[in-house]
Design a protein around this ligand. Structure first.
Ligand code: PBG
Length: 332
C-alpha cells in the first residue's frame, strides 16, 4: 500500500504528533501483557534463587519458587511461560535419556505449576541440548550430529512433556522433519490438543551466549551449531523452513533471535498469516540490561521500544525475559 499525501502545507505530518492524546489516537501498534511469553530457568532444590551473572535480574529458580513466579505472572496477565532446565552435569549422557525421564526437572516443574496455576500456559523446549554430554541439540556420533536418530529421541521427549501437562511444545533443535514426527506422535498418543510452536527460523547466533550460561551448557558444547541452525545471511530459506513446519503441523511459528532478524519476522508474518512469534533472546536482554545499568540508555524506554518493534513487524507476541517488568509497567 502506497499512502497518498497532499503537498505541503496542506499536509503537515507533525499535526498527527502534536500531543500525547493525538499520538495515542493514531498509533498503529501497541504492546499488551497478552503478547508476552516469559522464559524462566528452573533448577533442583528447595527455596533456591540463583542469579545468572550475564543476565542481570534473571535467576534460576527451584520448583517451589518457579510456582510462585508463575503466580506473579498470572496476576500480571502474562498468558504463557516457557520453562528451561539447568541440568546437573551428572545427568548428561550421549544418548540424552534424561530428556524423556517423566520425572525430570521440567516435567516435575510443569506438574507443580499446572496444579497451582492451571490457567497459565506452559511451553517446553523439545531439544536434547540440556541433557546431552556433547552439548549439541542432536545425538552425536563420530563428531556428526545425527538427524533421524535425534527424531526418535525428540518424539519420546515430546510425549512425556505432553503427559506432564505442557500446553505448548517448542521444538527448538532445527532437525529436519521434527515437526511432522512430533505432531504424528501426539495424534497417535491421544494428545490432539497439544500446541506446537515451531522454532522455524532459528539462526546459529552469537546472541545465545548468556542462555547457555543460564542452563549450564557452555562447557559441554564443542564447536558450533551451524550444521543445523540457520546461516544469518539467509531469509528466503526462513520462508521455506516456515512453510515446511506449517505443512507438518505447527500451530505457531517463531523467529529467533528477535531484533537482529526483524526483517525475517516481517516477511514470515506477511507471507503466511499464522501466529508468528519472536524470541528476544538472552544476548538481546543482556545488551539492553547492561547499557541500562550503566546509565547509557534508558532501560525502561529501550525495553518497551524493543518489544513494540516486534508488533510492528507483524508478530503476534514475543518471548522475553523482560516480561514481568513490562507487564508491571503496562499495569501502572
Ligand atoms: C536450545 C535453546 C537455545 C535457546 C533456546 N533453546 C540455545 C541454543 O540453541 O543454543 C536460546 C535462548 C536464548 O538465548 O535466550 N535448544
Amino acid at each position: 500500500m502506497r499512502p497518498t499525501i497532499a503537498p505541503f502545507p496542506m499536509a503537515r505530518s507533525r499535526r498527527l504528533r502534536r500531543n500525547p492524546a493525538i499520538r495515542d489516537l493514531v498509533r498503529e501498534q501497541s504492546l499488551s501483557a497478552n503478547d508476552l511469553i516469559w522464559p524462566i530457568f528452573v533448577r533442583d532444590g528447595e527455596n533456591m534463587r540463583e542469579p545468572v551473572a550475564s543476565m542481570p535480574g534473571v535467576e534460576r529458580l527451584s520448583v517451589d519458587n518457579a510456582v510462585r513466579a508463575v503466580e506473579d505472572a498470572a496476576n500480571l496477565d502474562i498468558p504463557a511461560i516457557a520453562l528451561f532446565p539447568y541440568t546437573d552435569d551428572a545427568l548428561k549422557t550421549s544418548d540424552c535419556q534424561e530428556a524423556w525421564n517423566p520425572d525430570n526437572l521440567v516435567n516435575r516443574a510443569t506438574r507443580a505449576i499446572k496444579a497451582a496455576v492451571p490457567d497459565v500456559s506452559i511451553m517446553l523446549d523439545v531439544a536434547l541440548d540440556p541433557y546431552n554430554a556433547d552439548g549439541h541439540d542432536g545425538i552425536v556420533r563420530d563428531g556428526i550430529i545425527l538427524n533421524d536418530e535425534t527424531l526418535v529421541a525428540l518424539e519420546r521427549q515430546a510425549l512425556v512433556q505432553a503427559d506432564a501437562g505442557a500446553d505448548i511444545l517448542g521444538p527448538s533443535d532445527m532437525m529436519d522433519g521434527r515437526i511432522g514426527y512430533i505432531r504424528q506422535a501426539l495424534e497417535q498418543n491421544d494428545f490432539p490438543d497439544t500446541l506446537i510452536m515451531a522454532y522455524s527460523a532459528k539462526y546459529a547466533s552469537a546472541f545465545y551466549g548468556p542462555f547457555r550460561d543460564a542452563v549450564g551448557a557452555t562447557g559441554a558444547l564443542i564447536g558450533d551449531k551451524k550444521t543445523y541452525q540457520m546461516d544469518s545471511g539467509n531469509s528466503d530459506e526462513a520462508l521455506r523452513e516456515v512453510a515446511r513446519d506449517i505443512r507438518e503441523g505447527a500451530d505457531m511459528v517463531m523467529v529467533k533471535p528477535g531484533m537482529p532478524y526483524l526483517d525475517v519476522c516481517q516477511r514470515v508474518s506477511a507471507e503466511f498469516g499464522v501466529p508468528t512469534f519472536a524470541y528476544q533472546v538472552s544476548g538481546e536482554y543482556a545488551m539492553i540490561s547492561a547499557a541500562g545499568q550503566n546509565g547509557w540508555i534508558d532501560l525502561e524506554k529501550a525495553m518497551m521500544e524493543s518489544l513494540l518493534a516486534f508488533k510492528r513487524a507483524g508478530c503476534a507476541g514475543v518471548l522475553t525475559y523482560f516480561a514481568p517488568e513490562v507487564a508491571r509497567l503496562l499495569q501502572e
